[in-house]
Design a protein around this ligand. Structure first.
Ligand code: 3PG
Length: 311
């Protein structure tokens, strides 16, 4: 038995690593597909408030059907749960719409380079709003993150202020979303999958009136007609793909958050951005100058240093 125990332990650890590896690979693959279709849709139909709303609506519908047909068990929630979820949903809505507005104005790769700076926002918010302090190496790791993002931004060929600010606002909003949702998921009465489903439903309710106010049915109808005449009737499949894949990648990411620490999650998220940046540059033939790529590489390296410093 003495000999077998470490073996059993090693086997369990290997199985857990494999499981997390599969979650991560699925999360990144789904996210790449989402980003590609989302950008294809936005190129032909530049209404990010509607596409953001459709992503949330599709996810909500998929989950309501799964619950009704008992493919998934519906969560047992009370008013207190929805109240705690509210600030998470506000932050999720702002972060989602801001990222989509950003991607409607600039290259997908640029949005994600700026979004790779999210750990810097996390430290600054924790430090200045929550009064948390960190060891010096954590602060030092912010220098390459901020410097790399700044270098990538000033050398970006198709820089656009709305695109830049959208990605920055998304970073800030997602830091708050993560802080609030860590609190909300504690206690574990609702699984990661159902937690994200509830988040989608509440975010959809919050976003819809704003989407109507900012863009509205008149613009959407004219834009839609234009997109169909440009692309053809299969444009609707692009919209469906961006919506379904948005829900799936987020659902898998929340399922993996159930299994891992927020720190491992944020490392996984940065690695996800590398696959999105590289694949979107290849697919959309995004022009990149060497100095621009250097900025992105420094920022991503900074995120890894940050994760090491935080261990
Ligand atoms: C969105 O539309 O919500 C963004 O693309 C999300 O970005 P992230 O999940 O990669 O942070």
């Amino acid at each position: 038995i003495n000999i077998d125990l470490p073996d059993e332990q090693a086997r369990l650890e290997a199985a857990q690593r494999l499981r997390i590896g599969i979650y991560f690979a699925t999360w990144w693959a789904l996210n790449v597909v989402f980003n590609i279709y989302n950008k294809k849709v936005l190129n032909a139909f530049p209404y990010p408030w509607l596409t953001s709303t459709l992503s949330l609506a599709t996810g909500s519908l998929m989950m309501l059907i799964s619950w009704a047909t008992r493919i998934a068990d519906a969560p047992n929630t009370d008013l207190e749960f929805w109240k705690t979820l509210f600030p998470v949903a506000v932050a999720h809505t702002i972060g989602h719409v801001a990222a989509t507005v950003s991607m409607s104005k600039v290259a997908v790769s640029f949005t994600h380079i700026i979004k790779s700076g999210e750990p810097a926002f996390s430290v600054l918010v924790s430090r200045f709003l929550l009064g948390e302090t960190f060891p010096v190496p954590v602060y030092l790791s912010l220098l390459p993150i901020i410097g790399g993002c700044a270098l990538a931004a000033v050398t970006e060929l198709n820089f656009n202020m709305t695109g830049f600010m959208g990605a920055m606002i998304s970073n800030l909003a997602f830091v708050f979303r993560n802080i609030f949702s860590k609190k909300g998921m504690k206690g574990k009465s609702v699984s990661g999958m159902n937690y994200y489903a509830c988040l989608s439903i509440l975010s959809l309710l919050i976003l819809t009136p704003f989407a109507i106010a900012v863009e509205g049915p008149k613009m959407w109808a004219a834009g839609w007609e234009n997109a169909i005449s440009q692309i053809g009737p299969h444009f609707i499949w692009w919209v469906a793909a961006q919506s379904v894949f948005y829900h799936l990648y987020n659902q898998v990411s929340y399922m993996s958050l159930d299994q891992i620490s927020p720190l491992t999650f944020s490392i996984g998220n940065t690695m996800k951005r590398i696959s999105v940046i590289v694949s979107s540059i290849l697919i959309f033939h995004t022009p990149v100058q060497p100095i621009n790529a250097l900025g992105a590489a420094i920022a991503i390296l900074g995120t890894f240093l940050y994760s090491q410093a935080k261990l």
